[in-house]
Design a protein around this ligand. Sequence first.
Ligand SMILES: Cc1ncc(COP(=O)(O)O)c(C=O)c1O
Length: 482
Amino acid sequence: MTSTAPSVSGLDLQRAAREHLWMHFTRMSSYASADVPIIVRGDGCYLEDSNGKRYLDALAGLFSVNIGYGYGEEVGQAALEQMRELPFYTTWSYAHPRAVELAAEVASLAPGDLNRVFFVSGGSEAVESAWKLARQYYQVREGHPGKAGIEPGTRVEPGRAGRRYKAIARRLAYHGTTMGALSLNGVPAIRQPFEPLVPEVRHVRNTNRYHRPPEETEEQFTALLLEELEHTIQAIGPETVCLVHMEPVQSTGGCLTPPAGYFQGVREICDRYDILLSADEVICAFGRLGYWFGSERYDIRPDLMTCAKGLSSSYASIGAVIATDRVFEPFLSSSSMFSHGITFGGHPVMCAIALKNIEIMKRERMIEGVREHEDAFRSTLEQLLDLPIVGDVRGAGFFYSVELVKDKETRETFSADECEWLLRGFLSRRLLECGLICRADDRGDPVIQLSPPLVARQGEFDEIVRILGDVLTEAWAELRRR
Ligand SMILES: Cc1ncc(COP(=O)(O)O)c(C=O)c1O
Protein backbone atom coordinates (compact mmCIF):
# COMPACT_ATOMS: atom_id res chain seq x y z
CA MET A 1 0.00 0.00 0.00
CA THR A 2 1.20 3.53 -0.69
CA SER A 3 1.25 5.96 2.24
CA THR A 4 -0.79 8.85 0.90
CA ALA A 5 -2.29 11.08 3.60
CA PRO A 6 -6.12 10.91 3.57
CA SER A 7 -6.48 14.66 3.17
CA VAL A 8 -3.95 17.14 1.86
CA SER A 9 -5.55 20.12 3.58
CA GLY A 10 -6.38 18.80 7.03
CA LEU A 11 -10.04 18.90 5.97
CA ASP A 12 -12.51 16.76 7.91
CA LEU A 13 -13.14 14.46 4.95
CA GLN A 14 -16.21 12.77 6.37
CA ARG A 15 -17.95 16.05 7.08
CA ALA A 16 -16.92 17.62 3.78
CA ALA A 17 -18.14 14.54 1.89
CA ARG A 18 -21.55 14.80 3.55
CA GLU A 19 -21.78 18.53 2.95
CA HIS A 20 -20.40 18.85 -0.56
CA LEU A 21 -19.94 15.65 -2.51
CA TRP A 22 -22.77 14.47 -4.74
CA MET A 23 -22.11 10.79 -5.36
CA HIS A 24 -23.24 9.12 -8.58
CA PHE A 25 -26.24 6.79 -8.56
CA THR A 26 -26.38 7.20 -4.77
CA ARG A 27 -29.29 7.71 -2.42
CA MET A 28 -27.64 10.62 -0.62
CA SER A 29 -30.18 10.34 2.21
CA SER A 30 -28.40 7.14 3.30
CA TYR A 31 -25.47 9.29 4.42
CA ALA A 32 -27.42 11.80 6.51
CA SER A 33 -26.48 9.75 9.57
CA ALA A 34 -24.14 6.98 8.31
CA ASP A 35 -20.50 7.46 7.33
CA VAL A 36 -19.64 7.89 3.66
CA PRO A 37 -17.22 5.07 2.78
CA ILE A 38 -14.03 6.93 1.85
CA ILE A 39 -11.47 4.76 0.10
CA VAL A 40 -7.97 6.12 0.63
CA ARG A 41 -5.57 3.61 -0.91
CA GLY A 42 -5.28 0.36 -2.81
CA ASP A 43 -2.90 -2.40 -3.76
CA GLY A 44 -3.46 -5.50 -5.92
CA CYS A 45 -7.06 -6.58 -5.35
CA TYR A 46 -7.39 -4.76 -2.01
CA LEU A 47 -8.61 -1.34 -0.88
CA GLU A 48 -8.41 0.45 2.44
CA ASP A 49 -10.85 3.04 3.80
CA SER A 50 -10.21 6.12 5.92
CA ASN A 51 -10.75 4.07 9.11
CA GLY A 52 -8.04 1.60 8.09
CA LYS A 53 -10.53 -1.15 7.18
CA ARG A 54 -9.48 -3.44 4.32
CA TYR A 55 -11.72 -4.68 1.51
CA LEU A 56 -11.29 -7.25 -1.21
CA ASP A 57 -12.47 -5.41 -4.32
CA ALA A 58 -14.24 -8.18 -6.21
CA LEU A 59 -15.64 -5.63 -8.66
CA ALA A 60 -12.35 -4.01 -9.78
CA GLY A 61 -13.73 -0.52 -9.18
CA LEU A 62 -16.55 -0.54 -11.69
CA PHE A 63 -15.53 -3.66 -13.68
CA SER A 64 -12.57 -1.59 -14.71
CA VAL A 65 -9.33 -1.68 -12.69
CA ASN A 66 -8.12 -4.64 -14.72
CA ILE A 67 -4.46 -4.55 -13.64
CA GLY A 68 -5.44 -4.00 -9.99
CA TYR A 69 -4.38 -1.13 -7.77
CA GLY A 70 -0.67 -1.88 -7.50
CA TYR A 71 0.83 -0.10 -10.51
CA GLY A 72 0.41 3.54 -9.45
CA GLU A 73 4.16 4.26 -9.31
CA GLU A 74 4.88 2.92 -12.76
CA VAL A 75 1.81 4.40 -14.43
CA GLY A 76 2.34 7.66 -12.54
CA GLN A 77 5.87 7.89 -13.92
CA ALA A 78 4.52 7.58 -17.46
CA ALA A 79 1.96 10.29 -16.70
CA LEU A 80 4.64 12.54 -15.20
CA GLU A 81 6.92 12.16 -18.21
CA GLN A 82 4.03 13.04 -20.52
CA MET A 83 3.11 16.03 -18.34
CA ARG A 84 6.68 17.29 -18.69
CA GLU A 85 6.79 16.74 -22.42
CA LEU A 86 3.30 17.89 -23.48
CA PRO A 87 0.54 18.17 -20.85
CA PHE A 88 -2.19 18.74 -23.40
CA TYR A 89 -2.84 19.05 -27.02
CA THR A 90 -5.92 18.38 -29.05
CA THR A 91 -6.78 15.75 -31.66
CA TRP A 92 -8.99 18.25 -33.49
CA SER A 93 -7.05 18.59 -36.75
CA TYR A 94 -3.74 17.76 -35.00
CA ALA A 95 -2.05 14.63 -33.77
CA HIS A 96 0.49 14.07 -31.01
CA PRO A 97 2.77 11.06 -30.49
CA ARG A 98 0.85 9.33 -27.68
CA ALA A 99 -2.51 9.42 -29.50
CA VAL A 100 -0.84 8.03 -32.63
CA GLU A 101 0.97 5.30 -30.68
CA LEU A 102 -2.13 4.31 -28.73
CA ALA A 103 -4.30 4.22 -31.86
CA ALA A 104 -1.73 1.97 -33.56
CA GLU A 105 -1.48 -0.25 -30.47
CA VAL A 106 -5.25 -0.63 -30.08
CA ALA A 107 -5.63 -1.32 -33.82
CA SER A 108 -2.97 -4.02 -33.59
CA LEU A 109 -4.82 -5.70 -30.69
CA ALA A 110 -8.31 -5.39 -32.19
CA PRO A 111 -9.54 -8.30 -34.32
CA GLY A 112 -9.94 -8.21 -38.12
CA ASP A 113 -9.87 -4.86 -39.86
CA LEU A 114 -10.97 -2.82 -36.84
CA ASN A 115 -8.16 -0.40 -37.55
CA ARG A 116 -9.40 3.12 -36.95
CA VAL A 117 -9.54 4.54 -33.41
CA PHE A 118 -11.52 7.61 -32.30
CA PHE A 119 -10.71 8.59 -28.69
CA VAL A 120 -13.19 9.89 -26.12
CA SER A 121 -13.20 10.32 -22.32
CA GLY A 122 -15.22 7.29 -21.21
CA GLY A 123 -17.79 4.62 -21.96
CA SER A 124 -20.90 6.76 -22.35
CA GLU A 125 -19.10 9.04 -24.77
CA ALA A 126 -17.86 6.02 -26.71
CA VAL A 127 -21.40 4.67 -27.06
CA GLU A 128 -22.78 8.11 -27.89
CA SER A 129 -20.08 8.51 -30.55
CA ALA A 130 -20.70 5.06 -32.03
CA TRP A 131 -24.37 5.82 -32.62
CA LYS A 132 -23.56 9.24 -34.09
CA LEU A 133 -20.93 7.65 -36.30
CA ALA A 134 -23.42 5.04 -37.50
CA ARG A 135 -25.98 7.76 -38.29
CA GLN A 136 -23.49 9.81 -40.24
CA TYR A 137 -21.87 6.81 -41.96
CA TYR A 138 -24.89 6.22 -44.20
CA GLN A 139 -25.18 9.92 -45.05
CA VAL A 140 -21.53 10.15 -46.01
CA ARG A 141 -21.69 6.87 -47.93
CA GLU A 142 -24.60 8.24 -49.93
CA GLY A 143 -22.70 11.38 -50.81
CA HIS A 144 -23.61 13.81 -48.04
CA PRO A 145 -20.19 14.51 -46.61
CA GLY A 146 -20.99 16.13 -43.27
CA LYS A 147 -21.44 19.74 -42.28
CA ALA A 148 -18.09 21.05 -43.43
CA GLY A 149 -18.58 19.54 -46.85
CA ILE A 150 -22.15 20.71 -47.49
CA GLU A 151 -22.60 23.96 -49.34
CA PRO A 152 -24.15 26.65 -47.10
CA GLY A 153 -27.91 26.60 -47.44
CA THR A 154 -28.03 23.01 -48.72
CA ARG A 155 -30.73 21.06 -46.96
CA VAL A 156 -30.04 17.39 -46.28
CA GLU A 157 -33.41 15.78 -46.89
CA PRO A 158 -34.41 13.72 -43.86
CA GLY A 159 -36.19 11.30 -46.18
CA ARG A 160 -32.90 10.51 -47.89
CA ALA A 161 -29.62 11.11 -46.11
CA GLY A 162 -31.07 11.18 -42.60
CA ARG A 163 -33.09 8.06 -43.16
CA ARG A 164 -31.03 5.61 -41.15
CA TYR A 165 -31.09 6.85 -37.56
CA LYS A 166 -32.73 4.13 -35.45
CA ALA A 167 -30.89 1.70 -33.24
CA ILE A 168 -31.54 -1.67 -31.66
CA ALA A 169 -30.23 -2.72 -28.27
CA ARG A 170 -31.25 -5.33 -25.70
CA ARG A 171 -33.54 -5.24 -22.69
CA LEU A 172 -31.84 -4.42 -19.41
CA ALA A 173 -28.51 -3.66 -21.09
CA TYR A 174 -26.62 -0.71 -19.59
CA HIS A 175 -24.81 1.49 -22.09
CA GLY A 176 -24.16 4.72 -20.17
CA THR A 177 -25.92 7.90 -19.15
CA THR A 178 -25.48 10.67 -21.76
CA MET A 179 -28.71 11.14 -23.70
CA GLY A 180 -27.81 8.99 -26.69
CA ALA A 181 -26.19 6.24 -24.63
CA LEU A 182 -29.07 6.44 -22.15
CA SER A 183 -31.55 5.97 -24.97
CA LEU A 184 -29.78 2.75 -25.92
CA ASN A 185 -30.09 1.57 -22.32
CA GLY A 186 -32.65 -1.10 -21.73
CA VAL A 187 -32.94 -0.37 -17.99
CA PRO A 188 -36.40 1.20 -17.53
CA ALA A 189 -35.67 2.78 -14.13
CA ILE A 190 -32.81 4.90 -15.42
CA ARG A 191 -34.50 5.78 -18.72
CA GLN A 192 -37.85 6.92 -17.43
CA PRO A 193 -36.85 10.09 -15.51
CA PHE A 194 -35.29 11.51 -18.68
CA GLU A 195 -37.90 10.71 -21.31
CA PRO A 196 -38.49 11.70 -24.05
CA LEU A 197 -35.20 10.20 -25.15
CA VAL A 198 -33.32 10.24 -28.44
CA PRO A 199 -35.36 8.70 -31.24
CA GLU A 200 -35.52 5.86 -31.80
CA VAL A 201 -34.40 2.72 -30.06
CA ARG A 202 -36.11 -0.66 -29.93
CA HIS A 203 -35.09 -3.21 -27.35
CA VAL A 204 -35.04 -6.90 -28.08
CA ARG A 205 -34.70 -9.87 -25.71
CA ASN A 206 -31.40 -10.40 -23.99
CA THR A 207 -29.75 -13.82 -23.69
CA ASN A 208 -30.88 -14.72 -20.16
CA ARG A 209 -31.59 -18.42 -20.37
CA TYR A 210 -32.13 -19.12 -16.69
CA HIS A 211 -35.83 -18.34 -16.79
CA ARG A 212 -36.54 -19.99 -20.14
CA PRO A 213 -38.49 -23.27 -20.28
CA PRO A 214 -36.15 -26.09 -19.19
CA GLU A 215 -36.99 -28.22 -22.25
CA GLU A 216 -35.91 -25.48 -24.70
CA THR A 217 -32.59 -26.32 -26.37
CA GLU A 218 -29.81 -23.80 -26.87
CA GLU A 219 -30.43 -23.89 -30.63
CA GLN A 220 -34.14 -23.18 -30.14
CA PHE A 221 -33.30 -20.28 -27.84
CA THR A 222 -30.87 -18.82 -30.39
CA ALA A 223 -33.49 -19.18 -33.14
CA LEU A 224 -36.11 -17.41 -31.00
CA LEU A 225 -33.77 -14.49 -30.27
CA LEU A 226 -32.74 -14.07 -33.90
CA GLU A 227 -36.28 -14.29 -35.14
CA GLU A 228 -37.31 -11.52 -32.75
CA LEU A 229 -34.37 -9.35 -33.83
CA GLU A 230 -35.24 -9.75 -37.50
CA HIS A 231 -38.96 -9.10 -36.90
CA THR A 232 -38.11 -5.96 -34.95
CA ILE A 233 -35.94 -4.65 -37.79
CA GLN A 234 -38.68 -5.41 -40.30
CA ALA A 235 -41.35 -3.79 -38.12
CA ILE A 236 -39.53 -0.46 -37.77
CA GLY A 237 -38.29 -0.44 -41.37
CA PRO A 238 -34.86 -1.86 -42.18
CA GLU A 239 -34.04 1.21 -44.27
CA THR A 240 -34.34 3.38 -41.11
CA VAL A 241 -32.00 1.36 -38.87
CA CYS A 242 -28.31 2.28 -38.63
CA LEU A 243 -27.09 0.36 -35.57
CA VAL A 244 -27.42 -2.86 -33.58
CA HIS A 245 -25.55 -2.34 -30.30
CA MET A 246 -24.83 -5.27 -27.96
CA GLU A 247 -22.28 -6.33 -25.32
CA PRO A 248 -20.41 -9.61 -25.92
CA VAL A 249 -21.49 -10.62 -22.39
CA GLN A 250 -24.32 -8.42 -21.11
CA SER A 251 -23.58 -7.08 -17.65
CA THR A 252 -27.00 -5.99 -16.39
CA GLY A 253 -29.30 -8.92 -15.82
CA GLY A 254 -26.25 -10.81 -14.57
CA CYS A 255 -23.40 -11.65 -16.97
CA LEU A 256 -25.54 -12.98 -19.80
CA THR A 257 -23.39 -14.98 -22.20
CA PRO A 258 -24.56 -15.55 -25.79
CA PRO A 259 -26.01 -18.95 -26.70
CA ALA A 260 -24.23 -20.90 -29.46
CA GLY A 261 -24.65 -19.33 -32.90
CA TYR A 262 -26.21 -16.13 -31.57
CA PHE A 263 -23.66 -13.57 -32.70
CA GLN A 264 -23.13 -15.35 -36.02
CA GLY A 265 -26.89 -14.95 -36.56
CA VAL A 266 -26.87 -11.30 -35.47
CA ARG A 267 -23.99 -10.63 -37.89
CA GLU A 268 -25.90 -12.29 -40.75
CA ILE A 269 -29.04 -10.26 -40.04
CA CYS A 270 -27.03 -7.02 -39.91
CA ASP A 271 -25.42 -7.93 -43.23
CA ARG A 272 -28.77 -8.82 -44.77
CA TYR A 273 -30.24 -5.41 -43.90
CA ASP A 274 -27.01 -3.40 -44.30
CA ILE A 275 -26.99 -2.34 -40.61
CA LEU A 276 -23.81 -1.63 -38.62
CA LEU A 277 -23.13 -4.02 -35.74
CA SER A 278 -21.51 -2.45 -32.70
CA ALA A 279 -20.01 -4.46 -29.86
CA ASP A 280 -20.14 -2.57 -26.56
CA GLU A 281 -16.82 -3.71 -25.11
CA VAL A 282 -16.72 -1.12 -22.32
CA ILE A 283 -16.55 -3.96 -19.76
CA CYS A 284 -15.60 -6.95 -21.91
CA ALA A 285 -12.40 -5.60 -23.56
CA PHE A 286 -8.85 -5.62 -22.20
CA GLY A 287 -8.85 -9.03 -20.64
CA ARG A 288 -12.13 -9.25 -18.72
CA LEU A 289 -13.14 -12.29 -20.82
CA GLY A 290 -9.60 -13.62 -21.33
CA TYR A 291 -9.11 -11.87 -24.67
CA TRP A 292 -8.14 -8.35 -25.64
CA PHE A 293 -11.71 -7.97 -26.89
CA GLY A 294 -14.81 -10.01 -26.05
CA SER A 295 -15.63 -9.98 -29.77
CA GLU A 296 -12.74 -12.40 -30.30
CA ARG A 297 -14.09 -14.87 -27.76
CA TYR A 298 -17.47 -15.05 -29.51
CA ASP A 299 -16.27 -14.33 -33.07
CA ILE A 300 -18.66 -11.37 -33.32
CA ARG A 301 -16.93 -9.53 -36.20
CA PRO A 302 -18.47 -6.13 -35.38
CA ASP A 303 -18.22 -3.03 -37.54
CA LEU A 304 -17.69 -0.88 -34.46
CA MET A 305 -16.45 -1.52 -30.94
CA THR A 306 -16.78 0.82 -27.97
CA CYS A 307 -14.30 0.55 -25.11
CA ALA A 308 -13.21 2.53 -22.05
CA LYS A 309 -12.66 1.18 -18.51
CA GLY A 310 -9.96 -1.48 -19.09
CA LEU A 311 -8.22 0.54 -21.82
CA SER A 312 -6.39 2.34 -19.00
CA SER A 313 -7.54 0.01 -16.18
CA SER A 314 -9.34 3.22 -15.09
CA TYR A 315 -6.06 4.87 -14.17
CA ALA A 316 -7.17 7.51 -16.70
CA SER A 317 -10.39 8.82 -18.14
CA ILE A 318 -10.20 7.49 -21.67
CA GLY A 319 -12.38 5.49 -24.03
CA ALA A 320 -12.55 4.86 -27.76
CA VAL A 321 -14.67 3.87 -30.70
CA ILE A 322 -12.87 1.47 -32.99
CA ALA A 323 -14.15 1.25 -36.57
CA THR A 324 -13.42 -1.12 -39.44
CA ASP A 325 -11.75 0.00 -42.64
CA ARG A 326 -15.14 -0.39 -44.35
CA VAL A 327 -16.82 2.06 -41.96
CA PHE A 328 -13.95 4.52 -42.22
CA GLU A 329 -13.68 4.37 -46.01
CA PRO A 330 -16.46 6.85 -46.94
CA PHE A 331 -14.94 9.38 -44.53
CA LEU A 332 -11.83 9.37 -46.73
CA SER A 333 -13.63 11.03 -49.63
CA SER A 334 -12.41 14.56 -50.29
CA SER A 335 -14.72 16.81 -48.29
CA SER A 336 -16.26 14.43 -45.77
CA MET A 337 -15.60 14.26 -42.04
CA PHE A 338 -17.10 12.79 -38.90
CA SER A 339 -18.78 15.92 -37.46
CA HIS A 340 -18.01 15.07 -33.86
CA GLY A 341 -15.33 15.79 -31.27
CA ILE A 342 -14.65 16.57 -27.62
CA THR A 343 -11.82 18.57 -26.10
CA PHE A 344 -10.37 15.72 -24.07
CA GLY A 345 -10.61 13.00 -26.76
CA GLY A 346 -7.11 11.53 -27.04
CA HIS A 347 -5.69 13.66 -24.19
CA PRO A 348 -1.91 12.98 -24.23
CA VAL A 349 -1.64 12.15 -20.52
CA MET A 350 -4.61 9.77 -20.74
CA CYS A 351 -3.05 8.13 -23.82
CA ALA A 352 0.32 7.77 -22.07
CA ILE A 353 -1.42 6.06 -19.16
CA ALA A 354 -3.38 3.73 -21.45
CA LEU A 355 -0.18 2.81 -23.31
CA LYS A 356 1.54 1.98 -20.02
CA ASN A 357 -1.48 -0.05 -18.92
CA ILE A 358 -1.33 -2.15 -22.09
CA GLU A 359 2.44 -2.57 -21.68
CA ILE A 360 1.88 -3.85 -18.12
CA MET A 361 -0.92 -6.19 -19.22
CA LYS A 362 1.36 -7.70 -21.87
CA ARG A 363 4.44 -7.92 -19.63
CA GLU A 364 2.49 -9.57 -16.80
CA ARG A 365 0.63 -11.88 -19.21
CA MET A 366 -2.69 -10.77 -17.76
CA ILE A 367 -4.84 -11.93 -20.66
CA GLU A 368 -3.26 -15.40 -20.54
CA GLY A 369 -3.66 -15.32 -16.74
CA VAL A 370 -7.43 -14.96 -17.04
CA ARG A 371 -7.61 -17.91 -19.44
CA GLU A 372 -5.43 -20.02 -17.17
CA HIS A 373 -7.49 -19.26 -14.05
CA GLU A 374 -11.06 -18.77 -15.29
CA ASP A 375 -12.00 -22.42 -14.75
CA ALA A 376 -10.76 -22.19 -11.17
CA PHE A 377 -12.75 -18.97 -10.66
CA ARG A 378 -15.90 -20.62 -12.00
CA SER A 379 -15.56 -23.83 -10.04
CA THR A 380 -14.84 -21.93 -6.82
CA LEU A 381 -17.95 -19.78 -7.35
CA GLU A 382 -19.99 -22.90 -8.12
CA GLN A 383 -19.54 -23.99 -4.49
CA LEU A 384 -22.19 -21.34 -3.78
CA LEU A 385 -24.76 -23.44 -5.67
CA ASP A 386 -25.01 -25.56 -2.49
CA LEU A 387 -26.84 -22.64 -0.82
CA PRO A 388 -30.66 -22.60 -1.06
CA ILE A 389 -30.65 -18.93 -2.12
CA VAL A 390 -28.27 -19.38 -5.08
CA GLY A 391 -30.07 -20.40 -8.28
CA ASP A 392 -27.44 -19.82 -10.96
CA VAL A 393 -23.76 -19.01 -11.42
CA ARG A 394 -23.03 -17.67 -14.90
CA GLY A 395 -20.51 -15.65 -16.85
CA ALA A 396 -17.14 -16.00 -18.55
CA GLY A 397 -13.52 -15.08 -17.92
CA PHE A 398 -13.32 -12.98 -14.74
CA PHE A 399 -16.89 -11.71 -15.13
CA TYR A 400 -19.52 -13.66 -13.19
CA SER A 401 -22.93 -13.28 -11.59
CA VAL A 402 -24.69 -15.28 -8.93
CA GLU A 403 -28.48 -15.17 -9.26
CA LEU A 404 -30.46 -15.22 -6.02
CA VAL A 405 -33.79 -17.04 -5.90
CA LYS A 406 -36.59 -17.58 -3.46
CA ASP A 407 -37.16 -21.13 -4.62
CA LYS A 408 -34.49 -23.12 -6.35
CA GLU A 409 -36.88 -25.76 -7.71
CA THR A 410 -39.28 -23.36 -9.40
CA ARG A 411 -36.63 -20.62 -9.97
CA GLU A 412 -39.09 -18.18 -8.43
CA THR A 413 -37.54 -14.78 -7.88
CA PHE A 414 -38.07 -12.30 -5.03
CA SER A 415 -40.80 -9.63 -4.97
CA ALA A 416 -39.82 -5.94 -5.31
CA ASP A 417 -40.16 -5.48 -1.52
CA GLU A 418 -38.10 -8.56 -0.77
CA CYS A 419 -35.41 -7.37 -3.20
CA GLU A 420 -35.35 -3.96 -1.58
CA TRP A 421 -34.70 -5.51 1.82
CA LEU A 422 -32.38 -8.24 0.56
CA LEU A 423 -30.11 -6.12 -1.65
CA ARG A 424 -30.20 -2.63 -0.20
CA GLY A 425 -31.38 -3.36 3.34
CA PHE A 426 -29.08 -6.29 4.00
CA LEU A 427 -26.56 -7.59 1.48
CA SER A 428 -24.84 -4.37 0.36
CA ARG A 429 -24.26 -3.25 3.95
CA ARG A 430 -23.34 -6.66 5.33
CA LEU A 431 -20.90 -7.53 2.52
CA LEU A 432 -19.10 -4.24 3.07
CA GLU A 433 -18.95 -4.88 6.83
CA CYS A 434 -17.38 -8.25 6.06
CA GLY A 435 -14.79 -6.63 3.80
CA LEU A 436 -16.08 -7.61 0.34
CA ILE A 437 -16.88 -5.14 -2.42
CA CYS A 438 -19.14 -6.58 -5.11
CA ARG A 439 -22.40 -5.46 -6.67
CA ALA A 440 -25.82 -6.55 -5.46
CA ASP A 441 -28.04 -5.59 -8.39
CA ASP A 442 -31.74 -5.98 -9.11
CA ARG A 443 -32.18 -3.99 -12.29
CA GLY A 444 -33.13 -7.42 -13.64
CA ASP A 445 -33.57 -10.46 -11.40
CA PRO A 446 -31.45 -10.11 -8.25
CA VAL A 447 -27.80 -10.97 -8.76
CA ILE A 448 -24.44 -10.49 -7.11
CA GLN A 449 -21.88 -9.40 -9.68
CA LEU A 450 -18.21 -10.29 -9.47
CA SER A 451 -15.48 -8.90 -11.67
CA PRO A 452 -12.19 -8.95 -9.76
CA PRO A 453 -8.94 -7.40 -11.00
CA LEU A 454 -7.27 -9.73 -13.49
CA VAL A 455 -4.48 -10.35 -10.97
CA ALA A 456 -6.89 -12.19 -8.62
CA ARG A 457 -5.96 -15.81 -7.97
CA GLN A 458 -7.17 -18.78 -5.91
CA GLY A 459 -6.63 -16.97 -2.57
CA GLU A 460 -8.97 -14.17 -3.63
CA PHE A 461 -11.48 -16.59 -5.23
CA ASP A 462 -11.66 -18.48 -1.91
CA GLU A 463 -12.08 -15.29 0.09
CA ILE A 464 -14.91 -14.11 -2.19
CA VAL A 465 -16.75 -17.40 -1.77
CA ARG A 466 -16.15 -17.60 1.97
CA ILE A 467 -17.53 -14.09 2.65
CA LEU A 468 -20.37 -14.39 0.12
CA GLY A 469 -21.29 -17.84 1.43
CA ASP A 470 -21.48 -16.60 5.05
CA VAL A 471 -23.44 -13.45 4.20
CA LEU A 472 -25.89 -15.24 1.87
CA THR A 473 -26.48 -17.88 4.57
CA GLU A 474 -27.29 -15.10 7.05
CA ALA A 475 -29.58 -13.43 4.50
CA TRP A 476 -31.47 -16.69 3.92
CA ALA A 477 -31.97 -17.20 7.65
CA GLU A 478 -33.20 -13.61 8.04
CA LEU A 479 -35.59 -14.04 5.11
CA ARG A 480 -37.07 -17.17 6.74
CA ARG A 481 -37.63 -15.20 9.95
CA ARG A 482 -39.30 -12.23 8.28
C1 LIG B 1 -21.41 -1.87 -21.31
C2 LIG B 1 -21.24 -0.47 -20.87
N1 LIG B 1 -21.33 0.52 -21.77
C3 LIG B 1 -21.16 1.81 -21.41
C4 LIG B 1 -20.92 2.17 -20.11
C5 LIG B 1 -20.75 3.61 -19.73
O1 LIG B 1 -19.43 3.87 -19.37
P1 LIG B 1 -19.03 5.15 -18.50
O2 LIG B 1 -19.55 4.93 -17.12
O3 LIG B 1 -17.53 5.17 -18.58
O4 LIG B 1 -19.62 6.34 -19.15
C6 LIG B 1 -20.82 1.17 -19.14
C7 LIG B 1 -20.54 1.52 -17.74
O5 LIG B 1 -20.59 0.70 -16.85
C8 LIG B 1 -20.99 -0.18 -19.52
O6 LIG B 1 -20.93 -1.16 -18.64
